[in-house]
Design a binder for this molecule. Structure first.
Ligand SMILES: *Cc1c(COP(=O)(O)O)cnc(C)c1O
Length: 494
């Protein structure tokens, strides 16, 4: 299986290993597989007998064909071990009726990004040796909170890799900030930036495309690579858990093989929901993908009108990992629906004018699989209260946006197809806002909020968060958008 850029009409070929090393294509596009492998229903049914690492290796081996099944199995066994995921990789919980929560946050950092980032460093290390690469990979991460910590945990203390993480100074929760500032490891750097996530992500893109910076890095023995969900190595592992959730429904006799399900995903960069779409293209019986947004509802508008317009106010919300106005992975969807030529044109318009409008056919095609709903802050909080009081199910602020979207979708369409909701963070990761949603009371930031929430709900505080209390703060630097490159070179000189 070869890969090429979403913007390249000549379809220059890359292997999976090259794609995982490069992250972003030279023309600014994202890498996509040249075709999507499809699975028969009976094959999907047979997945029910596999444990999670074996399922992951089986599915990934169809996409990353320059890795052997044995290599993938070894890496998946390492990534999804009981040491990292003590409760199993991603339990499916029945919330009520035919409504299920796919809990993707049982990994070391309590957010769904562990599902990909525990595996990706292993795939990258293998890619370096497959490609005979002797330079050190510098992983550059722009994070709205969860990616940063998950990437730091995944890449820490790995030979031939260094990692530098940037996050918006006022755009992450206290717990998220503590998780990153206390990160241990020989090869890691963390820096806060005066700006929002989009500022940081666009500067990271600038650094990636600067030939000055890359030649300076080259002289020092480094090259840039990315862990953001623009990297296909990050996307691929996320496809797996949608198959797993379907198998769980089959095993529990909630559905029979071939029945369609809906999937509802709280969305920021469009990575997680795009992975569900790829699962659908591969043959998983998914009817509708419900794209859930917070007050930064650019995707809701896009799915309703076909116009993607980032010229709008940016909101800081209680679901900060979704505070995004440029959902990079949407580009992959545009490519799958309309090809490289159209995608390149729209992305050029987005860069130059801050918007693009897709044609009627494209919008119709997209609407066959996707619909978009959004929840403002009040709706998000009400949903946390409702799910806790009515179903005794405690959810975080991001997951609440998704459940609100699902409720709105069902109300509007009357479609009561079984639905899997991607639950993307442990509620304690956003304890202050979850507590406030339940009680109307403002707790203090940080650990007090953990205690307050646990007193209120009696839900156990996850270990990785309660242990933060004894950790030493290591990283305190703050930089501006235009000094991020300097910060990187300072780090490499150490
Ligand atoms: C990253 C993140 C999201 C958004 O996922 P995308 O793949 O960027 O759409 C949602 N919820 C949480 C908790 C996250 O960390």
């Amino acid at each position: 299986m070869n890969f090429h850029s979403t913007r390249d009409t000549n379809k220059t070929k890359y292997t999976a290993a090259q794609v995982i090393i490069k992250g972003l294509a030279d023309d600014g596009g994202l890498f996509v597989p040249e075709s999507i492998p499809t699975l028969s229903l009976s094959e999907i049914g047979s997945f029910c007998d596999l444990d999670y690492p074996t399922l992951a290796a089986t599915i990934l081996s169809k996409l990353l064909t320059d890795y052997t099944y044995g290599e993938l199995l070894e890496d998946c066994n390492g990534a999804y071990s009981l040491a990292s995921f003590p409760d199993g990789a991603c339990p499916l919980v029945r919330v009520y009726g035919n409504t299920y929560s796919l809990e993707l946050w049982h990994g070391p950092t309590c957010a769904f990004k562990d599902m990909a980032l525990q595996l990706m460093p292993r795939l990258l290390l293998r890619a370096l040796s497959k490609e005979g690469e002797s330079r050190t990979a510098l992983i550059l991460v722009a994070t709205s909170g969860d990616t940063g910590k998950a990437a730091l945990e995944g890449y820490k203390n790995i030979d031939q890799i260094k990692i530098s993480v940037f996050y918006p100074k006022n755009g992450v929760s206290t717990i998220q900030q503590l998780q990153m500032a206390t990160q241990e490891g020989e090869n890691v750097n963390v820096c806060a930036v005066n700006g929002n996530f989009d500022d940081i992500q666009s500067e990271v893109k600038n650094i990636f495309s600067s030939s000055d910076i890359s030649s300076k890095l080259e002289e020092m023995g480094y090259f840039l690579s990315s862990a953001n969900s623009i990297n296909f190595g990050r996307l691929a592992p996320q496809i797996v858990y949608y198959f797993k959730s379907y198998c769980d429904l089959l095993k529990n006799k909630e559905i029979t093989l071939g029945d369609k399900i809906n999937v509802c995903v709280p969305t920021g960069n469009f990575g997680n929901i795009l992975a569900a779409y790829v699962a659908k293209l591969m043959g998983l019986p998914i009817a509708t993908l419900i794209c859930a947004s917070n007050s930064n509802n650019i995707l809701t508008d896009f799915l309703n009108t076909g116009r993607y317009d980032r010229n709008r106010e940016f909101h800081l919300t209680i679901s900060p990992s979704m505070d995004i106005l440029i959902s990079s992975n949407l580009e992959r969807l545009l490519y799958f629906i309309s090809g490289a030529d159209a995608t390149a044109t729209w992305m050029k318009s987005l860069n130059q004018n801050g918007y693009y409008q897709v044609d009627e056919n494209t919008l119709t095609e997209i609407s066959k699989s996707f619909c978009g709903y959004c929840a403002d802050e009040t709706q998000t909080k009400q949903t946390i209260g409702k799910y806790f009081h009515d179903y005794n199910y405690l959810i975080d602020t991001h997951t609440a946006v998704a459940f609100s979207a699902l409720d709105q979708y069902r109300e509007k369409t009357g479609d009561n197809t079984p639905c899997v909701v991607a639950s993307t963070a442990n509620p304690y990761k956003f304890a202050k806002d979850v507590y406030n949603a339940l009680t109307g009371i403002d707790s203090s930031e940080g650990f007090d909020s953990l205690t307050a929430l646990s007193n209120e709900t009696l839900a156990p505080i996850p270990d990785p968060l309660s242990k933060l209390r004894d950790k030493k703060t290591i990283f305190t630097s703050v930089c501006d958008k235009n000094t991020m490159a300097d910060e990187i070179f300072e780090f490499l000189k150490k």
